[in-house]
Ligand binder design. Structure first.
Ligand SMILES: Nc1ncnc2c1ncn2[C@@H]1O[C@H](COP(=O)(O)OP(=O)(O)O)[C@@H](O)[C@H]1O
Ligand SMILES: [Mg+2]
Length: 476
């Protein structure tokens, strides 16, 4: 095996080495001359610093006959005349199953101190194009994400892509960790992009925890890393997801956050001299977003799928900012976390009335749809009247519909509340929702089966197939 990987590395090397020289440095931008005709956008070069340190760089543009490069590391020791070697242009990785449980950086190098990463047999391009639309399979069956508000009101299908939109401190990170720990999908690939370093460590240890990490690969690029690293971390997250998908796994790809990816693209675009368009974001950002997000989804031929959940930061809780708008248009649904809900201490703070999953109600049985519709009606009636009810302007008995919404509100709020370490599954979710909205539910004649999170972690209880799969509706 070592011989094989050696042979592979040798074959990756080019037959000859060409180099250019640094002819200018401006901020993070390096100007290169001498490699003129050999470079294209995206080409990789290695700069040799005065102290022999090697700094990988990428070509992001050309100006007045010179190539413009941004570094993947610090530019300390780089000056005029430093040598720049042309490197292989197509960065690729050789992932393997042994990457599960590991934390890597944007270049696919381990950063968890657990030793080297075993290489897999096949190369995966870090930056690749999404599969062609016509060749794709359709989204698969409903999946269990382990969070009951999402499982019931915002059902997700295998290969679906959803956005989680929220301001800061509204509970994105905790929600992602719950999804990673409690989903019934095989593998998580988690990209943490642009977070503070301290937060990352805390999230890995406290929120994700060892059991969550064991079936995940985590890609990290913190806020202090150069923009190329943050951008690459997003590509790396997708490349790893593609690897597991091609291996027949159903992958849950979590990315926190797409906004920070867009910000890194903005920094790169502005450095290359692109004109800023909306909110300083350059046109290339909006061209790149679908390229990235479309890589998730059902595969072309492979059995596996990539279900993607991408967080979007909405600064100042402005849900119409350009990145949120662009992402909303690309994805198959959005989950909106609401600061007002978090403030009243209901977590996960999902505003169900403003969130949608575009595969619903198509993936539900009639009875499930009936439950969800009733739940939504009760919530929306209460929401419309909430102010009046709170100030005591509503007199009980004036409207039976409102009375009913008030009567069920406590139970629905309790249903939607889920502690960080509280597990749920699809079937238990529907049962609890039925109880909360006062509709009957359960297997023909049997009392509803009690769900015990201690003993049933699989998400599917034997003998509790949805009784309405044949469309006969709810048994009473
Ligand atoms: N499910 C939950 N149960 C209890 N508290 C929660 C829950 N989710 C979030 N919180 C609270 O909200 C705070 C902020 O959450 P966090 O996920 O770090 O926000 P964000 O990533 O959006 O900035 C947490 O420190 C925690 O106190
Ligand atoms: Mg966070």
């Amino acid at each position: 095996m070592p011989l094989k990987s050696l042979a592979r590395e040798i074959s990756d090397l080019s037959d000859y080495q060409v180099y250019g020289r640094v002819s200018g440095v401006l901020g993070m931008l390096v100007e290169l001359s001498g490699l003129d005709r050999l470079l294209v956008i995206g080409s990789r070069c290695i700069l040799i610093a005065k102290d022999e340190r090697r700094v990988p760089c990428e070509v992001i543009g050309f100006r007045q006959g010179h190539a413009l490069l941004l570094p993947f590391g610090s530019l300390d020791g780089i000056g005029l005349g430093c040598k720049a070697i042309l490197a292989s242009s197509e960065p690729s990785i050789h992932p393997s199953e042994a990457w599960l449980g590991r934390v890597v950086n944007a270049l696919g190098e381990p950063i968890d101190g657990k030793g080297p990463l075993p290489m897999g047999p096949d190369p995966y391009k870090v930056r690749s194009s999404p599969p062609p639309a016509h060749g794709r399979q359709r989204v698969g069956g409903k999946i269990d994400l382990g969070v009951r508000a999402i499982n019931t009101f915002l059902s997700c299908c295998q290969g679906q892509r959803m956005g989680i939109f929220a301001g800061s401190g509204v509970g994105k990170s905790v929600l992602l960790s719950m999804l990673a720990r409690y989903t019934s999908l095989d593998v998580n690939v988690i990209g943490l992009i642009g977070e503070r370093g301290r937060e990352v460590q805390e999230w890995l240890e406290d929120d994700l925890g060892p059991e969550g990490l064991a079936r995940s690969v985590v890609v990290v690029a913190t806020s202090d890393e150069p923009p190329l690293m943050r951008r690459q971390a997003a590509y790396m997250t997708m490349a790893l997801s593609e690897y597991f998908r091609d291996n027949g796994r159903d992958v849950l790809c979590l990315m926190d956050s797409v906004t920070r990816f867009a910000m890194s693209m903005r920094e790169i675009g502005l450095s290359a001299g692109e004109p800023p368009a909306s909110k300083g974001y350059t046109p290339s950002v909006f061209a790149e977003l679908p390229q990235l997000l479309e890589r998730a989804g059902p595969g072309v031929k492979s059995k596996g799928s990539i279900t993607g959940l991408f967080t979007v930061l909405v600064e100042g809780d402005d849900h119409n900012e350009p990145i949120a708008d662009a992402v909303r248009g690309i994805l198959d649904g959005h989950i909106i976390l609401d600061r007002a809900i978090a403030e009243r201490n209901r977590f996960p703070a999902i505003n169900l009335l403003r969130s949608v999953s575009r595969t619903m109600p198509g993936c539900n049985s009639d009875a499930e749809n009936e439950l969800v519709t009733r739940g939504r009606q009760l919530l929306s009636t209460y929401d419309n009247m909430a102010e009046l009810i709170r100030i005591g302007a509503y007199t009980e008995g004036s409207d039976p519909v409102i009375d009913e919404a008030i009567a069920h509100n406590g139970a629905l709020e309790a249903f939607l509340t889920q502690g960080k370490y509280e597990e749920s599954n699809l079937e238990a979710g529907y049962e609890q929702l039925a109880a909360a909205v006062g509709l009957p539910w359960g297997q023909g004649g049997d009392p509803a089966v009690e769900f015990n999170p201690e003993t049933d972690l699989s998400g599917q209880m034997p003998g509790t197939e949805p009784q309405n799969i044949d469309g006969t509706g709810i048994k009473t």
